[in-house]
Design a protein around this ligand. Structure first.
Ligand code: PBG
Length: 350
């Protein structure tokens, strides 16, 4: 009994802040939906969501992605249609990932900084059609290289500083096309500072940077690589630049460096398996912190649901609140339109 009292939580004055049974019954606050919601510590809002989409060349094109049921590659016109619908349900931001035709892939990924590339055209068209939608663009070379790496390769080594120079040019053409947020996902050292300087010197002083600061070398990216068509090209793995899943302290160092270099926001990726990292980062730095529920996480939910193992919608919503509880300000999720609809139906019911 004494032991138990000793371990009770203390409030700021050091007094015990909990009572004991039966005066304290934890279930009193769980009796009805209204009271559960009234005392809820966290909530999810549609404005927390970012929808990642895959864009292809052409018009009226729509392709199914085998490993991501319910997700499609779409040409820009169909992407705009889908975005209008999602925006109508409250989704306010989109993250664009281009599916680059093989003929534009090179060793050095120079298509990345072609101001007329698929990404830049899509940004312009989406901005025109939906001026209130936030547009986030991916900065990395993997969709544009014949080897599928995020940087330049020489003798099987990923070159850092040479890659950063290209990333700066890529960021500037995206900003010029109208991107609101530049999101480097490449994990080269020093790229945030270099990109910030390039944007400043080209007068893109208001263009925001969301750094994929703690991005792990994860097998959960498998379906994404199928979606953008980089998987078949990828030689080797990304372990010399993406983080080791065994490390958490290192993520704090990555984030600290990126903040110093001028990141406005940071990302932890993947999502659910790395909630501890997300929590530590948010607690330590108190800056806008994002989680990415990546392709493999989405695929697991979909596959388990299709197999009859779990209820998709409820499990999905539980993952969302788990991100919020861990400290996420925003969440990238392929399910953003479905979640927006669920939230809307919930608020309509009252
Ligand atoms: C590559 C990139 C990846 C993802 C976003 N940008 C994959 C990778 O690093 O190989 C993964 C997203 C997902 O799995 O949903 N720059």
């Amino acid at each position: 009994m004494l032991m138990r009292q000793k371990s009770q939580p203390k409030n700021e004055q050091g007094a015990e802040s909990t009572g004991s049974y039966p005066r304290t019954r934890m279930r009193r606050l769980r009796q009805k939906s209204w009271i559960r919601e009234m005392v809820a510590e966290h909530s999810l809002s549609v404005s927390d969501l970012v929808w990642p989409v895959f864009i292809t060349e052409g018009k009226n094109q729509r392709e199914y992605i085998k490993s991501m049921p319910g997700v499609e590659r779409r040409s820009t016109d169909l992407t705009i249609e889908a975005l209008k619908k999602a925006h109508g349900n409250g989704v306010q931001a989109v993250a664009l990932f281009p599916v680059v035709p093989d003929k534009y892939k090179t060793m050095d990924g120079r298509e990345a900084f072609n101001p007329d590339n698929l990404m830049c055209r899509a940004v312009q068209e989406i901005k025109n059609a939906l001026p209130d939608m936030g547009i986030i663009t991916d900065v990395a070379l993997d969709p544009y290289t014949t080897h599928g790496h995020d940087g330049l390769v020489e003798d099987d080594k990923i070159l850092n500083d040479e890659t950063v120079e290209i990333l700066c040019r890529q960021a500037v053409v995206q900003a010029r096309a109208g991107a609101d947020i530049i999101a480097p996902s490449d994990m080269m050292d020093g790229r945030i500072g270099a990109i910030r300087d390039s944007l400043e010197s080209e007068s893109f002083t208001d263009t925001m940077i969301l750094s994929y600061a703690a991005k792990y070398a994860s097998s959960f990216y498998g379906p994404f690589r199928e979606a953008v068509g980089s998987g078949a090209f990828l030689k080797g793995d990304k372990k010399t630049y993406q983080m080791n899943p065994a490390n958490a302290d290192e993520a704090l160092l990555e984030v600290a460096l990126d903040i110093k270099e001028g990141a406005d926001m940071v990302m932890i990726k993947p999502g659910l398996p790395y909630l501890d990292v997300l929590h530590k980062v948010k607690e330590t730095f108190k800056i806008p912190t994002f989680a990415y529920q990546v392709s493999g996480e989405y695929a697991m939910l979909k596959a388990a649901a299709e197999y009859g193992c779990l209820d998709y919608e409820h499990t999905l919503m539980e993952t969302m609140i788990a991100f919020k509880r861990a400290g996420a300000d925003g969440i990238f999720t392929y399910a953003a339109p479905e979640i927006a609809k669920t939230l809307q139906e919930k608020s309509a019911k009252g």
